[in-house]
Design a binder for this molecule. Structure first.
Ligand code: FMN
Length: 193
């Protein structure tokens, strides 16, 4: 059984295939992601809704084998570094914390960046590209390394690539790669009033 087969959930309702197919792998293949595909992912992200249409996001990215990739990888926490090194592309999603036109903080920036990332991931799935979001990074180091301004926040890194073999991973990542995914039941997350 491929690692994808065990990761696709059986849903009780007719959830879209593109949502069911997405999961967060740690094993990536050697195949590079071309710039056309990257542009498609970023354009998909740009079409996410956002509060006041402020689009409080930007992305910087680098391909594996470049100094910029190393610099990004170096900002990650040790638990992520062993497997992220094999990703084809690393992105940093940066959020704008301030609404400049109203001179007030934008309390929705994290939400809106999440929407953009969700779009990016859905588009990636449609292109057979897999992503793994990374909140485990050194925030201060990242801000310094990439010269973020005072109204900018590093939201998350994104590891992207084509799917690799679970066998390529060391433990405990290999076991996790082959484990089914779980979710809370609807009764736990929603209530009809
Ligand atoms: C904001 C955010 C931060 C995350 N940070 C990490 C991380 O640092 N390391 C990691 O291995 N996974 C990380 N993940 C991935 C989650 O663990 C994963 O999405 C979750 O276990 C559900 O699995 P699935 O994406 O395969 O459905 C993060 C996910 C999100 C949304």
């Amino acid at each position: 059984m491929s690692n994808t087969a065990i990761k696709i959930p059986q849903t009780e309702n007719p959830v879209l295939d593109v949502l069911k197919m997405r999961w967060s792998p740690r094993a990536f293949s050697e195949k590079a992601i071309d710039e056309k595909a990257i542009a498609t992912l970023l354009e998909a992200a740009s079409w996410a809704p956002s509060s006041m249409n402020a689009q409080p996001w930007r992305y910087i990215y680098a391909h594996k084998g470049t100094p910029a990739f190393e610099k990004m990888w170096d900002c990650l926490l040790p638990g992520n570094q062993p497997w992220v090194k094999n990703a084809a592309v690393l992105m940093l999603n940066i959020g704008y914390t301030f609404l400049d036109q109203f001179l007030v903080p934008n309390r929705h920036f994290m939400h809106d960046c999440g929407m953009a990332n969700a779009n990016l991931f859905t588009q990636a799935t449609a292109l057979d590209i897999y992503g793994h979001l990374l909140g485990g990074f050194d925030e201060a180091k990242t801000k310094l390394a990439f010269g973020l301004g005072e109204k900018e926040e590093p939201v998350c890194f994104v590891a992207l690539g084509y799917l690799g073999e679970a066998e390529s991973l060391e433990e405990p990542f290999r076991t996790r790669e082959l484990a089914p995914r779980t979710r809370k039941g609807l009764s736990e997350i929603a209530q009809r009033l």
